[in-house]
Design a protein around this ligand. Structure first.
Ligand SMILES: [Mg+2]
Length: 392
């Protein structure tokens, strides 16, 4: 079997005015996704997701990576990952047994590599007639989900989080900054309202999207301890691992991070700096199945748990299920409660199997999902930024 074509499919969904929400990222006006399609001479094709700037991903996948992949056997996943990562030096890299990486090895290029890698595993699963999590080595056939949302201002945060729990979830995540803007008292008021509404047994997580500096994050974390927050996510910039470690050392609230990190090398730095309790690689950013399973295994040696970041496309959601079902140290799975998320929940012919707060294994081979034939028409790509900054 040989690869005959590698292409991208860019899709957008514009949020209706009444479904838009605001956080520290600004107001989200639309969602964009970049999907990767790998075709073969035997008629089997694979689907992947790359989380980055869509038009940049398209150029990287089609112009930079496709020439490296044409004519190769798509089931040789390690070889092709090494080829994409090491570029022209991949032959000596495989011969010597260590990386001799090329120039494009981080940022959106790693997202593009991830998108291709996910599509290759989809093909591999279809060739063998097995779901990807079994190829990786199955650890479980369902994973506990947590409801990820939480933007409501002030006391309304209680009602919002309680609404998620009413759907059957036993854990939920809220944003440190809600629609009412950021201050420590505002955050604490929302967290207190959420805890009061859900009682002591439900796990409650708080995400700051890397928006705080260490001293502010420490002050907030210390106040959060009283509300038994299960993890504090991205308290500081992902570009400041030692700042993350400083926050972790100053509070009993566990630290979660990693959704914007790429490759085992960046995660090694987080682990060596003792900066993290729960790693959250995004499989469509961190390097696909091939790299993310290495990251999860490495974290397990540090006693660090794995909770993948799952926010973007349905293809990311599907791929994340497989990595979560196969990584023994994965304990929980992000289920978006975005106020408008058709690119997650409405692109496949079959719905995800989410029941009683758990996400269940897909039955079909590969990723286990096929795109609806009308996605390109329904979600035509619209250039321009997804977020517009508006103050609260
Ligand atoms: Mg996050």
């Amino acid at each position: 079997m040989k690869i005959t074509r590698v292409s991208t499919l860019l899709l957008s969904a514009t949020l209706p005015q009444e479904r838009r929400w605001r956080s520290d990222l600004g107001t989200m006006v639309k969602a964009d996704i970049a999907l990767v399609q790998v075709e073969t001479d035997e008629g089997i094709s694979g689907l992947g997701a790359a989380q980055g700037s869509p038009e940049v991903i398209k150029a990287m996948v089609e112009d930079e990576l496709q020439p490296l992949l044409l004519g190769e056997d798509p089931t040789w996943t390690e070889r092709l990952w090494a080829k994409m990562y090491n570029g022209s030096r991949f032959e000596p890299s495989l011969a010597r047994g260590y990386s001799l990486q090329g120039h494009g090895r981080r940022g959106d290029m790693m997202a593009a590599i991830a998108g291709v890698d996910i599509a290759l595993w989809d093909i591999f699963g279809k060739v063998l007639g097995q779901p990807i999590y079994k190829l990786l080595g199955a650890a479980r056939d369902r994973i506990r989900g947590y409801a990820s949302g939480g933007w409501a201002p002030g006391e309304q945060a209680g009602e919002e989080i309680a609404g998620y729990i009413a759907k059957g979830f036993t854990a939920a995540k809220m944003r440190a900054e809600g629609m009412d803007g950021f201050s420590i008292p505002k955050s604490i008021r929302r967290i207190a309202a959420a805890r009061k509404a859900i009682g002591p047994e439900v796990e409650l997580f708080v995400d700051a999207h890397g928006s705080l500096n260490p001293s502010t994050a420490i002050r907030l974390a210390k106040r959060m301890e009283e509300y038994d927050v299960g993890w504090f996510e991205e308290p500081v910039s992902p570009d400041y691992h030692s700042g993350m470690a400083e926050v972790r050392a100053a509070t009993s609230v566990p630290i979660a991070t990693g959704e914007r990190e790429t490759t085992r090398f960046e995660f090694r730095d987080l682990l060596e700096k003792r900066a993290v309790d729960i790693i959250q690689p995004d499989i469509a950013i961190s390097g696909g199945f091939t790299e993310t399973r290495r990251i999860a295994a490495m974290a397990s040696a540090y006693g660090v748990r794995f909770a993948p970041h799952v926010w973007g496309s349905g293809v990311l959601f599907a791929a994340s299920i497989h990595i979560a079902l196969s990584a023994p140290n994965c304990h929980i799975f992000e289920v978006s409660q975005a106020r408008y998320g058709p690119l997650v929940y409405e692109i496949f012919t079959e719905p995800f199997d989410i029941r009683e707060g758990h996400v269940y294994a897909p039955k079909g081979p590969g990723l286990g999902f096929e795109l609806r034939p009308d996605v390109e028409k329904r979600f035509a790509y619209v250039p321009g930024p997804a977020y517009v900054y508006t103050s609260a």
